[in-house]
Write a protein that binds this ligand. Structure first.
Ligand code: GAR
Length: 187
């Protein structure tokens, strides 16, 4: 059984999808050993409801040290599921090949510092892109620069707004994230 530690900052719908896919066998041979949030968020309540150990580590002084200590020894894979803090290069190096992230755009486009959530979708609309989607990738010290594991995409139509893109991207995320996690864990 492989242990997954999940880092979140928000509502945690991707966390919920991962919980459901472990239960229904789409993600094989896995258990969530810890959920960690960097701020108060609904995702923590989801973890609590499913009796998954969970912890809030507030941003600010000692955040990186406290995060480092909170990752259980037996963790096989760290999954960033809507986690908005930037991880230190030393942390990324220590866990190299064992941290993955989901990003709400088609990397290498629309990645990097400040590119998260609605900022991404606004930028995609502004740029007049013809398509968008989501990317699961390994995490390295370069923000959103690690090797791509899986992408899913859709055509943008003329009526799309940042809000409708967010919904469509989330649907793609629910498809590709469990597949990517299973791939990395059970390759
Ligand atoms: C997801 O769309 C994820 O791609 C994005 O945050 C959302 C979290 O939603 N992540 C980033 O923007 C990271 N750069 P959720 O809390 O409902 O899973």
């Amino acid at each position: 059984m492989k242990n997954i530690t999940i880092l979140i900052s928000g509502s945690g719908t991707n966390l919920q999808r991962i919980i459901d896919c472990i239960d229904n066998g789409k993600i094989r041979n896995a258990k969530i050993n810890q959920v960690i949030a960097d701020r108060e968020c609904f995702g923590l309540e989801r973890a609590e409801k499913h009796n998954i150990p969970n912890q809030l580590i507030k941003r600010g002084k000692d955040f990186s040290e406290n995060l480092e200590k909170a990752i259980p020894e037996n963790t096989d894979l760290i999954v960033l599921a809507g986690f908005l803090s930037i991880l230190k290069p030393e942390f990324c190096e220590k866990w190299s090949g064992k941290i993955i992230n989901i990003h709400p755009a088609l990397l290498p486009k629309f990645g990097g510092k400040g590119m998260w959530g609605h900022h991404v979708h606004n930028a995609v609309i502004e740029a007049g892109e013809k398509e968008s989607g989501a990317t699961v990738h390994f995490v390295t010290s370069g923000i959103d620069e690690g090797k791509v594991i899986l992408q899913g995409k859709f055509d943008i139509d003329e009526h799309d707004t940042a809000e409708t893109l967010a919904q469509k991207v989330h649907q793609i995320e629910y498809d590709i994230f469990p597949i990517a996690i299973d791939l990395v864990l059970n390759k």
